[in-house]
Design a protein around this ligand. Sequence first.
Ligand SMILES: Nc1nc2c(ncn2[C@@H]2O[C@H](COP(=O)(O)OP(=O)(O)OP(=O)(O)O)[C@@H](O)[C@H]2O)c(=O)[nH]1
Ligand SMILES: [Mg+2]
Length: 330
Amino acid sequence: MMTIAERVLDGDRLALARLLTLIENEDPQGLDSLGALYPHTGRAHLVGVTGAPGTGKSTLVNQIVKLLREPPAGVESHAPRVAVIAVDPSSPFSGGAILGDRIRMRDLAGDEGIFIRSMASRGALGGVSRATSGVAAALDAAGYDLVMIETVGAGQAEVDIASTAHTTIVIDAPGLGDVIQANKAGILEIADILVVNKADLSGAENTIRTLEMALSMAQNDRKHANAGTAAGPVWTIPVLGTVATTGEGVVSVVDAIRTHKDYLTSSGHWSLRERSRIQAQILTLLDQRLRTRFLGRLSDGRFSHAVTRVVERECSPDQAVKDLLEEMDP
Ligand SMILES: Nc1nc2c(ncn2[C@@H]2O[C@H](COP(=O)(O)OP(=O)(O)OP(=O)(O)O)[C@@H](O)[C@H]2O)c(=O)[nH]1
Ligand SMILES: [Mg+2]
């Protein structure tokens, strides 16, 4: 009998779906299978798509996938296999309903080169990114060239996605009080590609201009900070206007995704990002496992006693941790 990992490598979509569920649940069988698949990972381009609720992320991802799978006539190109992970989609869906446009979806639904998956975050800090990295790795091993990860931008989630993906697309739309919010969330720092969607609405030009100005100021600061360091290829963050509902401007986004990948490879940033991505994953796992192991070794009530001491101001949190560690490992 074939193992689940072998079946995934063999292109079995049902086995893949099952494996993703096991990984999401952090089931030991899923984690073992992922271990078996790991040597087959490292090829996929992971593209994060984030932005405020309702900015048009799903609609745009739909258009990007469609364009990648059906290159316009005359364009000589080998269509990449594409997977989509939707983290915490605002409405529950089965199969392809997330992509909204049902007619278009029916076209895509029979396409073996597309795999769509939604997953719910569990609220636990780091939980989303941990499971998302695993799910993305499984899709990578299954042979998807491009894995798009849609997350709603709400503080930590978008920062998480930037450390999970190779390329981060931040979507903005006119009339959100955008730049101020964007700055607050550190969005300009995580974006490799900025998209102003809903370019059909009034105010879009203004949003694009404001973002371009904020970017050029940030890039000037960076230039000063980097003055004197070795010159290499430099990435200039593009600001692209789109109308996701009609597909206008989406070609430029697809181009930017490809160009950014080329930039990452030629500048050496691809391997740097891989390294820091993997380092972050290992550290997160270490944090989690060491803490679980430590708490498991404490005698009953010891942890809760430490909390009580701090609550009653008998000691500081720092002192409480020192005492716990000292007790365990004098
Ligand atoms: N006018 C206009 N409406 C758009 C455009 N793109 C998307 N919409 C509409 O905006 C609404 C939200 O689109 P979604 O694609 O679901 O947005 P989202 O960012 O995925 O939303 P959440 O996942 O809920 O955060 C839908 O009603 C879309 O039809 C656009 O370019 N112009
Ligand atoms: Mg969505």
